[in-house]
Design a protein around this ligand. Structure first.
Ligand SMILES: NC(=O)c1ccc[n+]([C@@H]2O[C@H](COP(=O)([O-])OP(=O)(O)OC[C@H]3O[C@@H](n4cnc5c(N)ncnc54)[C@H](O)[C@@H]3O)[C@@H](O)[C@H]2O)c1
Length: 285
């Protein structure tokens, strides 16, 4: 039996960045299990396509344009969703973008955009959900999509990795805060490993990395995610079942994540200099 059906069936979920990849797969997974899904994305056509697919498959969904980088818009939109539906059982702060250049070649605007979407976006969703979920009759769940990158270090990925380390920090601190207040709001940190999505394609359309080695590494990662990445539907199922069970830590590959946690713990315990994480295997130059 699906924990998602038991926990969220008949309820309402809001997913950001749900027009593609993991977000689209999570929207589909939830809709197929009797959850009404508020599908949001900065790209309205993508959001509309996913909501239509959910409805065509027999589910219930609505599509909206939402840029998670805009905190005022997020708050106004969340207010309208709560006003429309009364209570929201699950918010998945999933929207995220990649980066792939040397620090020296990253412009302040590129750095800011990665943080605006990945980190500020998670904060905006957290802030706007938690205040509304507190006091709900049905306890709400806030799922923040971090990454196994939140505990790893890689060259040419500084903006993405730093932004995702911040998302994990946000999730951990918020969880403590809510438990201290005995609030009936669950926080879950989602740490996917490699999932087959378009995340590298979108950022590459913006700008190819300037440095040759960064460009080669980025191209290998873009190829590797397609060749070795998990199917998004399988990843969505693993992550959402863990969320529905009440887990704080949610993974697509728990064994690999445990190795990375051990690697990270060893580095900190033994005060080693930063090491290139092995999580991408042959994908890195
Ligand atoms: N694919 C992986 O291997 C992987 C691994 C770890 C973590 N993640 C995380 O999973 C999440 C989803 O990534 P994905 O791989 O499905 O990528 P994706 O590119 O397929 O989907 C991301 C979606 O977010 C949307 N988006 C971008 N900027 C936005 C904004 N400002 N506001 C709202 N929506 C916005 C895009 O339009 C896109 O539809 C991200 O947070 C990513 O960091 C992915």
């Amino acid at each position: 039996m699906s924990a998602v059906v038991d926990r969220f069936g008949g309820g309402v979920a809001l997913v950001t960045g749900a027009g593609s990849g993991l977000g689209a797969a999570m929207a589909g997974h939830l809709a197929a299990r009797g959850v009404h899904v508020v599908v949001t994305d900065v790209d309205g056509a993508r959001a509309a396509g996913v909501a239509t697919a959910c409805v065509s498959a027999g589910g219930s969904a609505e599509a909206h344009v939402l840029d998670v980088a805009d905190g005022h818009r997020v708050d106004a939109f969340f207010a309208s969703v709560w006003a429309e539906h009364g209570e929201v059982d699950l918010v998945v702060a999933n929207a995220g973008i990649e980066s792939g250049d040397r620090v020296a070649d990253t412009t302040p605007e590129q750095w800011r955009r990665v943080f605006a979407v990945n980190t500020d976006g998670a904060f905006h969703c957290a802030r706007s959900s938690v205040q509304r979920m507190t006091g709900q009759e049905r306890p709400g769940v806030l799922a923040l999509v971090a990454s196994v990158g939140s505990v790893t270090t890689l060259p040419y990925q500084s903006a993405y990795i730093a932004s995702k380390q911040a998302v994990l920090g946000l999730a951990q601190c918020l969880d403590l805060e809510l438990r201290a207040a005995e609030a009936s709001v669950q926080v879950s940190a989602l740490l996917p490993s490699w999932v087959r999505t378009r995340i590298f394609d979108d950022v590459r359309r913006g700008a190819e990395p300037v440095d040759a080695l960064a460009r080669t590494t980025f191209a290998r990662m873009a190829t590797s995610i397609q060749e070795q990445g998990m199917d998004p539907e399988e990843a969505a199922s693993l992550l959402l079942e863990a969320v529905a069970r009440g887990d704080f830590w949610c993974f697509t590959d728990p064994e690999r994540a445990a190795q990375l946690f051990e690697e990270r713990a060893r580095t900190l315990r033994e005060l080693r200099p930063p090491e290139r994480s092995g999580w991408l295997g042959s994908a890195t130059a």
